[in-house]
Design a protein around this ligand. Structure first.
Ligand code: C5P
Length: 220
């Protein structure tokens, strides 16, 4: 079966406060997007990698991905769901692994766990437990949430393409930000597999420093 990794990199990435979208910023000398692609492209069970970029990001993307075999670049949209839809329109049949460009590291074992889980489910996502106490509140606490029932959901997220396309059709224009949510809302079954701390999404400058330290220490 064909397994396509679809890396969404069409965000403006401005939460970091920088001018360059974060997916093109250098992490240990290499664009963040390139790290994300390289983490998946060598996996023996992945047939190919495709990348969704923002309108106007063609030059930065071509530079960041020079020499990597990612086919034609796909143009995304205003919301993440628009970018995923554009990707789904551009690829064929089989299985898709939707992945964030903002996650530079992906252990190959996570991909294996996801693809194995797909044998018995419509989709599969990597999850981690929550370590801190979770509570509702503002300037004072207004109730603690039972964290045993709460999971942190990461990417890559694996789906049978026909299921994910169906789920987006059902969602119409009001698609939420995450594919696993779209799937559940369409009544499809999404299995969980063990995620990995190294899959952490780079959001703050602090995340960036931590990722550089992990690379320097050869922890990833
Ligand atoms: O902003 P956030 O970190 O949640 O974005 C997650 C991923 O989705 C990033 O890789 C980003 O580039 C991508 N994205 C996209 N199209 C958008 C918004 C976000 O491809 N319109």
């Amino acid at each position: 079966e064909t397994v396509t990794a679809l890396i969404v990199a069409a965000g403006s990435g401005t939460r970091m406060g920088a001018e360059t979208p974060k997916q093109y910023r250098l992490l240990a000398g290499k664009p963040l997007l390139r790290h994300a692609v390289e983490a998946l492209i060598a996996h023996p069970r992945i047939s190919g990698v495709r990348v969704v970029i923002g309108n106007g990001q063609e030059n930065e993307a071509a530079q960041a991905l020079a020499g990597l075999d990612v086919g034609g670049l796909i143009t995304g949209g205003a919301e993440r769901a628009d970018s995923v839809r554009a990707g789904l329109d551009a690829i064929g049949e089989g299985v898709v692994l939707v992945h964030d460009a903002a996650r530079p590291f992906c252990p190959p074992e996570v991909v294996d766990r996801l693809l194995d889980a797909l044998a018995k489910a419509d989709g599969a996502v990597p999850v981690l437990p929550v370590a801190d106490t979770l509570a509702k509140g503002d300037s004072e606490l207004r109730g603690t949430v039972n964290r045993a029932q709460i999971l942190r959901v990461q990417t890559p997220q694996a789906f049978h393409l026909e299921d994910l396309r169906y789920a987006y059709e059902e969602a119409g224009s009001s698609a939420p930000t995450d594919e696993s949510t779209v799937m559940q809302q369409a009544g499809l079954k999404v299995a969980t597999v063990a995620g990995d701390e190294s899959l952490h999404k780079l959001t703050s400058p602090r995340d960036w420093e931590r990722a550089e330290m992990m690379l320097a220490a050869r922890m990833v």
